[in-house]
Design a protein around this ligand. Structure first.
Ligand code: PSU
Ligand code: MN
Length: 294
């Protein structure tokens, strides 16, 4: 594991840090938006007074914090894999390049001593045929704060929320009592708890530590300007039908569905995706500061 100098300095000084994932760069967004977004997210974290640590796998080396050049290579290179936990060790051993999913990033950030992680949307339970993201089980055993705008809207939200409950993942709505649905700020599903400020999230985190809970504290942050829930559902149902008909599954399913939604919405889901990523990075930085007693 290799640390960027500014990340190492922040770790040594106990300054607030925010980990960022890289699958959204390598597989989630089209070029050149992916690279612009990666830079923008790092800047957003800095503007809010924390140090960003984008995590990725560069020629088999886990890098916690990427230089400008490394970020560009990861965003533009051919043959960049998608690392979740089931293939992480093999990708490292084989000296591959890879973006890290929520599951892999949460694990690596925790190992690096970083307590807050921002992403767009978490993976979860897909509509039939059976497919469940490794993100959920990883969150059940990784004590870290994860800020997202909800499970990605391509998922079965109700099943995903049920699974979070059965796995014992700590779930908190940020200024909401209902599950945000990624592209939409709300959904019909009630959350078990809400936090109304970054300090309140930090208090939940401290309680989780005192209680010895092994799981993540998942903070669901509704996007400020999203798309109507019903409208997104229609696009999602259609994209899922097409994926089924085309026999697309496994690790290719999520990138395929995100791309299809972008086409069906004439790019509107992409604009919302960028907005929510930035808002999550900012909130994560404020939470990291509250946790550091800043
Ligand atoms: N959020 C986004 N775009 C993405 C992802 C999340 O806005 O591309 C990525 C995350 O890295 C997440 C992964 O962990 O998709 C889930 O993939 P899968 O369902 O195959 O586990
Ligand atoms: Mn899967």
């Amino acid at each position: 594991m290799r640390y960027a100098p500014d990340v190492q300095a922040a770790l040594d000084a106990g300054r607030p840090l925010v980990a960022l994932e890289s699958t959204v760069i390598t597989h989630g967004l089209p070029a050149p938006t992916n690279l612009e977004t990666a830079r923008n997210l790092e800047n957003a974290v800095r503007e809010e007074g924390a140090v960003p640590a984008t995590i990725g796998i560069l020629a088999g080396e886990v890098s916690v914090g990427l230089t400008e050049e490394e970020l560009e290579t990861l965003a533009t290179r051919e043959n960049v894999e998608k690392a979740s936990l089931w293939n992480l060790a093999a990708l490292v051993a084989g000296k591959h390049w890879a973006g890290t999913t929520v599951a892999a990033t949460a694990h690596l950030a925790y190992r690096a001593g970083i307590s807050v992680f921002a992403t767009g949307g978490i993976g979860g339970v897909h509509p039939a045929p059976y497919d469940e993201s490794g993100d959920l089980a990883a969150l059940s055993r990784t004590p870290i704060v994860v800020v997202s705008a909800g499970p990605k809207s391509i998922l079965d939200l109700q099943a995903t929320l049920e699974r979070l409950e059965s796995y014992g993942v700590g779930v908190v709505g940020y200024q909401t009592s209902f599950l945000p649905a990624f592209h939409s700020p709300d959904s019909p599903y009630r959350l078990p708890a809400a936090a109304w400020s970054a300090d309140a999230v930090a208090a939940v985190w401290r309680s989780a530590r005192e209680l010895g809970l092994a799981a993540a504290t998942l903070v669901f942050n509704p996007v400020s300007e999203g798309l109507p829930y019903r409208q997104v559902r229609e696009w999602v149902d259609r994209a899922n039908d097409e994926a089924r008909a085309a026999g697309i599954g496994g690790k290719d399913l999520t990138p395929y569905l995100l791309r299809r939604l972008s086409e069906l919405s004439e790019g509107r889901t992409d604009s919302v995706n960028l907005l929510l990523l930035e808002e999550n990075a900012r909130l994560a930085a404020r939470i990291a500061r509250a946790m550091a007693g800043d």
